[in-house]
Design a binder for this molecule. Structure first.
Ligand code: SF4
Length: 301
């Protein structure tokens, strides 16, 4: 890890990341590709110690308030955050300036900041997106090495729910022949229903492998699942996307479970809702979800 004075912190899409990189070491990681640094340097986390100050300046300059989105370049609640508290400081800024926030993480450490998340949610919108794609701790340990157990993440989701903070669960990553069985994913959806999550982002049709990640991916895959790289190569050859077998049937099955439980799983609706800023102090900005809250399992937060 190393510190770096960042020049800017807020992207044109209002993305904000106090860390670039992550030490969790998941087999598949979209942030690894999003981080503009080399994939091999992803574990050498760049700590942007001046992130809170830069964020405050950027938010004060904005003409209108909006949702600030974090988690695209590394988990903002990775182990480092326990000590550095940069994400906490950024939340303090967001709260002070009256902006909303959407935080993507796989870590129960986020519950440390419940007070700030609640405060932001009272004034605006606060959404947490939690990654979870198996309830099997052993399998999770292989797919998401360095990430807390599924049970711990579920407890965190419940704590967020109890604090009135809506959670979207992201069923990701789903690896062919590893955790793509109906039984495995049904178990995750059942846990989501039990925890009254706001919605679920279902997996895409396959795992996208960037050329720069290929070697590392196959090496780690072989370490965790001996024999699987050979199977993948036999099925997919050099293809850049590892498609989930019988994906359409699987997706239909998962959508059926969600519909039966009235749990929102439309990626488009969830995305729009997650990014729609709400000013609770001056009246609610209406969007489709505000107009039709009965379509959701949970009341509007
Ligand atoms: S926790 Fe998130 S950012 Fe970190 S390695 Fe895993 S998927 Fe990537």
């Amino acid at each position: 890890m190393h510190e770096k004075e960042a020049k800017t912190i807020l992207s044109t899409q209002n993305g904000m990341n106090p860390y670039c990189g992550c030490t969790c070491g998941c087999l598949v990681c979209a942030a690894r590709g999003a981080c503009r640094r080399k994939s091999s340097a992803f574990d050498d986390v760049e700590i942007r110690a001046n992130a809170p100050a830069l964020l405050e300046t950027a938010l004060r300059r904005k003409r209108s308030r909006c949702m600030i989105v974090t988690g695209a370049m590394g988990d903002p609640y990775q182990v480092l955050e326990g000590e550095r508290k940069l994400m906490r400081s950024c939340l303090e800024v967001i709260d002070r300036c009256g902006f909303g926030v959407s935080v993507e993480t796989r870590s129960p450490l986020i519950t440390r900041d419940l007070d700030l998340l609640e405060s932001i949610g009272r004034k605006s919108r606060c959404v947490v997106v939690m990654g979870l794609s198996t309830m099997d701790p052993e399998l999770s340990g292989k797919i998401e090495e360095g990430v807390s157990s599924p049970e711990e993440r579920l407890r965190a989701i419940e704590a967020l729910r109890d604090a009135g903070i809506p959670v979207i669960v992201r069923l990701d990553p789903v690896l062919p022949f590893v955790n793509d069985s109906r039984e495995n994913l049904k178990e995750v959806l059942e846990a989501c229903v039990g925890a009254s999550v706001y919605g679920v982002r279902l997996p895409g049709p396959g795992i996208l492998l960037r050329a720069a990640e290929r070697e590392r991916f196959y090496q780690k895959l072989g370490e965790k699942f001996p024999g699987l790289p050979e199977r993948y190569r036999a099925v997919y050859g050099d293809a850049g996307e590892l498609m989930i077998p019988h994906f359409e049937e699987l997706e239909k099955y998962l959508r059926g479970i969600c519909a039966g439980c009235r749990m929102e799983c439309s990626s488009e609706k969830l995305f729009r809702w997650q990014h729609a800023f709400v000013d609770r102090q001056a009246g609610v900005q209406m969007n489709l979800f505000d107009l039709y809250p009965e379509a959701m399992r949970m009341p509007q937060k």
